[in-house]
Design a binder for this molecule. Sequence first.
Ligand SMILES: O=C(O)c1ccccc1NCC(=O)[C@H](O)[C@H](O)COP(=O)(O)O
Length: 267
Amino acid sequence: MNILETITERTKERIRGEKKQIPINEIRKKAEEKASSDTTKFAFEQALRAEGLSFICEAKKASPSKGLIAPDFPYVQIAQDYEAGGAAAISCLTEPFWFQGSDRYLEEIVQKVSIPVLRKDFTCDEYMIYQAKAMGAAAVLLICSCLDEGQLKAYHQLAEELGISALVETHSEEEILTADRIGAKIIGVNNRNLKDFTVDINNSIRLRELVDPKTVFVSESGIKGGEDMKALYKNGTDAVLIGELLMRAEDRKKKLAELRMETRKGC
Ligand SMILES: O=C(O)c1ccccc1NCC(=O)[C@H](O)[C@H](O)COP(=O)(O)O
């Protein structure tokens, strides 16, 4: 099993436990009630379609490749700094074991920022999409290599019915074709090789041309600075998803503002 399969198996186990605490009917009702009173639908997609390169900034305490990244993790402050620095959206990891994330972080962040928030987790059950909506997330992550095409299609459709976006994550040409077939509006290419954890932004540069320019194209992971961002933007990337680079910055708001400025200057 690779790390993604291991994390997904563990997530299935976790969700089985959560379903015992709150049955699916209850969480579905909450999500549907929220959806019916929603005034803003698909805010995540809209935010990424803004002029220029959009920044999805991640609240990331730990990861399988790096272990503990941020021992001090004032997640609400981190999200507010990202918003003040010009982020288009926040990515909040809710996976508790490898990333030390939490649903509570997401719920609190949603209350304290006005930009859309992505629930970054290893979606493997429709229950998790209802949960995301009930918690106030504007988007969920669907990873092509964790789900078969039928599941991808069904989960994508469910997210849309609830008025939330799906970031469909791919690693290869074949997965991009699958994402396209299921009607993905936002396709992400992960630059991290999950076999050896090496990162290479050329993965998204190479795969960009396979994605229709009308689809939002996101480059995820391993972005190290302004030069990477300039190269991605020049190549037609609509948005970047950045975790570690910002998490390790002394002043996250300043760092993000600098990165945004640098990208604008170079293009
Ligand atoms: O970050 C990891 O080590 C990781 C390992 C296995 C599966 C997923 C992983 N990361 C999830 C992410 O998508 C990243 O947190 C996100 O793209 C930001 O990446 P980075 O800027 O490199 O922190």
